[in-house]
Design a protein around this ligand. Structure first.
Ligand code: TXA
Ligand code: MG
Length: 350
């Protein structure tokens, strides 16, 4: 039985309603909670059995390390060593927030299941009042991957967590929809001079560069990461919808024309879906399910909608999905990164 707590931070004394979830977390149970990116599945990062429980509930491969979440910047000293000035600069600029910083791990504090045998640990302080308060009350560092079954889209609503993990975890703190909708930016620091982005997210390359003009900011290439991934999570096939997803790129009119042609061919016999931006509202009437990511000029909104849309195509048993593409600048880099993974890198240039 998985207990659900509904928390509304507009209500007085909402903090008290977190007491039971915090007690369970401190006692080694697995509790899902909202962050500003996606829902996380948390457990005491210092407790082996608690951390193992995360891997088994999610069906996650044991060699994929977990991010450790903290509620106070002072906790970094207990978890990591050789914290460089560059790291401190990033923490000051972006915490609490959607940035995970990979640092050399301090031995003997965290469960070794958290780091999956690496000598580094990814740490972040989430920017969500419920996540912070829950951890403050539990008084432990919290290992938390996204609260989905491995291989499914990350959850942006408590209902998604329930769908995937009910009966497998102790509880879910329902704090409504998450904000960003895509997982945090993960960075690794090299020699005070290089910030390597292992996973793009809401903290953009542009923001990292503006914060640290003295450092070089690079994006780990997909190719490189396939050969020798610096972030073990990169080598796993990510979420792919049950239907075949293709991204169609080109001039907007050519894209619309191509997708309409495909619908004319397939829609009579197969369940077809389209993922589009609002600017093309008039198109795609033959599709069984057309979902919008909002305006192409508001990619924050598109990011927040992506995972829910992917879940909906599966619910409606859509067999072929065509998606429009956005720019890959700013948050668009993270959006296109996740969309490309979902499509298994199938891109049609028109
Ligand atoms: O926004 C987020 O980051 C969410 C919320 C819950 O905080 N969490 C999340 O966790 O997305 P997860 O486990 O789904 O993704 C963690 C990613 C994986 O790609 C993993 O390989 C990488 O971070 N990672 C974790 N520790 C690492 C380390 N020491 N070195 C390199 N990559 C690491
Ligand atoms: Mg995940």
């Amino acid at each position: 039985h998985t207990k659900v707590w509904n928390i509304n931070i507009a209500e007085p004394a909402w903090q008290k309603q977190l007491a039971e979830a915090a007690e369970r977390l401190a006692a080694g149970k697995q509790i899902a909670f909202p962050t500003e990116t996606v829902y996380g599945l948390g457990a005491d990062a210092t407790n082996d059995a608690a951390v193992q429980g995360i891997f088994s509930a999610k069906g996650r491969p044991a060699d994929n390390p977990l991010i450790v979440h903290i509620f106070d910047i002072q906790q970094v000293e207990q978890l990591a060593q050789q914290v460089s000035e560059l790291a401190i600069k990033l923490m000051d600029a972006f915490w609490p927030g959607p940035l995970t910083i990979v640092l050399p791990v301090k031995q003997g504090v965290l469960s070794s299941y958290v780091t999956a045998g690496l000598d580094t640990v990814g740490i972040r302080m989430p920017d969500h009042p419920i996540a912070l308060e829950l951890m403050r009350q539990a008084r432990v560092p919290v290992a938390a991957p996204s609260a989905n079954t491995s291989g499914r889209p990350s959850p942006t609503l408590a209902a998604h967590v329930y769908e995937d993990l009910q009966g497998k975890i102790s509880g879910i703190v329902d704090g409504g929809a998450t904000g960003v909708g895509l997982e945090s930016t993960v960075v690794e620091l090299v020699d005070q001079q290089l910030i390597r982005v292992l996973r793009p997210g809401a903290v953009t390359l542009e923001q990292l560069q503006a914060c640290c003009p003295e450092a070089v900011v690079t994006m780990e290439s997909e190719l490189e990461s396939k050969q020798a991934p610096r972030s073990p999570g990169m080598k796993y096939t990510h979420y792919a919808p049950q239907g075949k997803l293709a991204i169609v790129k080109g001039e907007p009119q050519a894209v619309a024309h191509y997708i309409e042609q495909q619908l004319a061919r397939f829609a009579a016999t197969d369940r077809c879906g389209v993922l589009r931006f609002d600017e093309h509202e008039r198109h795609y009437q033959q599709a069984a399910l057309v979902l919008s990511l909002g305006s192409i000029h508001q990619l924050e909104q598109a990011a927040a909608r992506l995972y829910q849309a992917l879940r909906q195509f599966d619910e409606q048993q859509i067999q072929y999905i065509w998606s429009e593409a956005s720019e890959a600048a700013g948050i668009g880099a993270a959006l296109m990164n996740r969309l490309l993974k979902a499509a298994g890198h199938t891109v049609i240039e028109v």
